[in-house]
Design a binder for this molecule. Sequence first.
Ligand SMILES: [Zn+2]
Ligand SMILES: [Zn+2]
Length: 176
Amino acid sequence: MAGFFVGKEVKMKNYDWKYNFEKTKSKEHNKEQKAGGFTCSHCKQFIFINDFMGTSHRNHCNYCLWSKHVDLYKPGDRKATCYAGMKPIGLTFKNEGHDKYGKSRQGELKIVHWCVSDMSISTNRIAADDDITEIFDILNKSTSITEQIINKLHEEDIQLLNNSDRTNIRIQLLGK
Ligand SMILES: [Zn+2]
Ligand SMILES: [Zn+2]
């Protein structure tokens, strides 16, 4: 009988823990939804979350393309507690493996973000309303990243795009 109650108690505790966890996790997300967007931590523009951007997890500003460190494991999880600005430091193509000739397949274009506080790196989908001039600006500036960032990218197996990828980038963004 005692064993039964112990089991029940444990079950209840697990339930409470999960409930509180879900509650904390969604707080930041709910706040954004309620406001219809968020204020960019870098350029201070108000960023609307809408259907036009083509992704449900808007995580960067469509003007300056800076992001905020709110996601921990995957885009949209809002599990990070850092909240520092994440600087766009380069572009990359999503790794889609290799074709049968061993040539790497080109996936979708992504922005590489670097947290200015804890040096985390994340790659993020481009949204339909992202500023294209800024995207090319990231490409131009990505040649001057620090040794520290280069090493970190290497560790995470992220290949930055360079000038020779310009045509492919333009095709992905503009279709020509
Ligand atoms: Zn901004
Ligand atoms: Zn961070």
